[in-house]
Design a binder for this molecule. Structure first.
Ligand code: FES
Length: 181
């Protein structure tokens, strides 16, 4: 009659562990005592559960912390480094007005003084406030501590240590173009 179920023949007893022997009664003796065997099984099960729970905990922690860090840490802005750029339309800066544009990493104020375009940095060299064009006084003014600059960026008066770095502005067709000085 063919063997059935989980019967282990003598040829497979070597797989049962060190020291296991077949007694004359046909039972397996030797190897680890039953209590010790159960302890090993419990230990393996516990260590497996610890790994599973640890893995789940790590996944939950990462999925919770990652969005928080993404929210707190500002994204790194990548700026181009073009020698010139179309920043808008000529009509964006009507006569006797000034407007600020982003050019690479710089904020640049373009001034249209009766049709003559000039451009310089829009960041005050005192403490970094954004300047504006004061058409009534025909100068660039900083609202923070009263710095005044000429249309081309030279210092008129105020606490600023340096003039505004210059840029160039021109119109081609309808396009307003800023370029490095
Ligand atoms: S930041 Fe412009 S005057 Fe102080």
């Amino acid at each position: 009659m063919a063997q059935q179920g989980n019967f282990k023949g003598p040829s497979r007893l070597g797989e049962l562990g060190h020291g296991a022997t077949l007694s004359s009664a046909g039972t397996v003796s030797g190897g680890k005592p039953r209590a010790q065997g159960l302890k090993d099984v419990d230990f393996e099960r516990r260590s497996f559960l610890v790994k599973v729970v640890g893995g789940i905990g790590a996944a939950v922690a990462i999925s919770t912390i990652y969005p928080v860090i993404k929210y707190i840490v500002p994204p790194v802005k990548k700026f181009s480094n073009l020698s010139e750029k179309v920043v808008g339309k000529a009509s964006d800066v009507p006569e006797n007005t000034g407007k600020i544009f982003q050019f690479n990493k710089d904020k640049v104020i373009v001034i249209n003084d009766n049709g003559k375009l000039t451009a310089c940095s829009a960041v005050c060299t005192h403490l970094g406030c954004l300047v504006h064009w004061d058409n009534a006084q025909n100068l660039i003014a900083c609202p923070c501590h009263g710095a005044k600059y000429k249309q081309t960026g030279e210092i008129i008066s105020g606490p600023q240590p340096l003039p505004l770095p210059g840029f160039k502005a021109r119109v081609e067709g309808e396009d307003l173009i800023i370029s490095k000085a």
